[in-house]
Design a protein around this ligand. Structure first.
Ligand SMILES: CCCCCCCC/C=C\CCCCCCCC(=O)SCCNC(=O)CCNC(=O)[C@H](O)C(C)(C)COP(=O)(O)OP(=O)(O)OC[C@H]1O[C@@H](n2cnc3c(N)ncnc32)[C@H](O)[C@@H]1OP(=O)(O)O
Length: 166
């Protein structure tokens, strides 16, 4: 995995709060293929990503991590399906159509989280991505959230039109 370049570092023009390398205030997550079917993202939170009690990770941040890891996985899968390297040749963009998160256990903010995602269904412009978020310390791995994300492929013109709204 260490030898791979993150999906996000190959997708151009990305100012997204969760996954955009071009957003200095953002979370700047990095996602990689783990194997043929699954992708992985490791993230360490900062103190201001807290929920009400300062020891736990904010639920909105958890949703953003899942959303961005899943959508970037969907984009990477579009390139893979077309036998292209990410960011080369015809552009593939996806947006979130639906995000369903089940919060199973609080995630301690000081413990790194790991996200594992898998594209489970592809039909036309739509992909369904199942994602799990774990809190991972040296001894244990606790499943804190599961999610199902619907990614919808949008044309390249989206980038041009969204760039004009600045
Ligand atoms: C505003 C973002 C701009 C991004 C620009 C792209 C540049 C990329 C840059 C960097 C990459 C990394 C970026 C990661 C970003 C992280 C993810 C986000 O935060 S994205 C922001 C939140 N999401 C939205 O703002 C979508 C708002 N919704 C829409 O624009 C439309 O509703 C859209 C495009 C999702 C669907 O539009 P339709 O309904 O006209 O599309 P039709 O072609 O009719 O549908 C295609 C298929 O999808 C299903 N579908 C559509 N919406 C669905 C939904 N909400 N849930 C389930 N299925 C849905 C339909 O039923 C249809 O399925 P059948 O082919 O018939 O089987």
């Amino acid at each position: 995995m260490e030898t791979q370049v993150a999906f996000q570092d190959q997708i151009p023009h990305n100012h997204c709060f969760g996954c955009g390398p071009n957003n200095a205030q953002g979370l700047q997550i990095k996602s990689y293929w783990q194997d043929d079917c699954t992708s992985i993202c490791n993230f360490s939170a900062l103190p201001h990503h807290s929920a009400g009690p300062k020891g736990y990770l904010n639920g909105g941040i958890i949703s953003t991590l899942i959303d961005c890891h899943a959508i970037c996985t969907s984009i990477a899968d579009c390139y893979r399906e077309n036998n292209q390297h990410i960011g080369e040749g015809p552009v593939h963009w996806c947006v979130t159509g639906e995000l369903n998160v089940r919060y199973l256990a609080p995630a301690p903010i000081a413990t790194p989280v790991q996200l594992i995602a898998k594209v489970t269904e592809t039909s036309g412009k739509k992909r369904i991505i199942e994602c799990k978020l774990y809190s991972v310390d040296q001894h244990d791995r606790t499943l804190c959230a599961t999610a199902s994300v619907v990614a919808i492929k949008v044309p390249e013109s989206w980038l041009e039109s969204s760039s004009r709204i600045e």
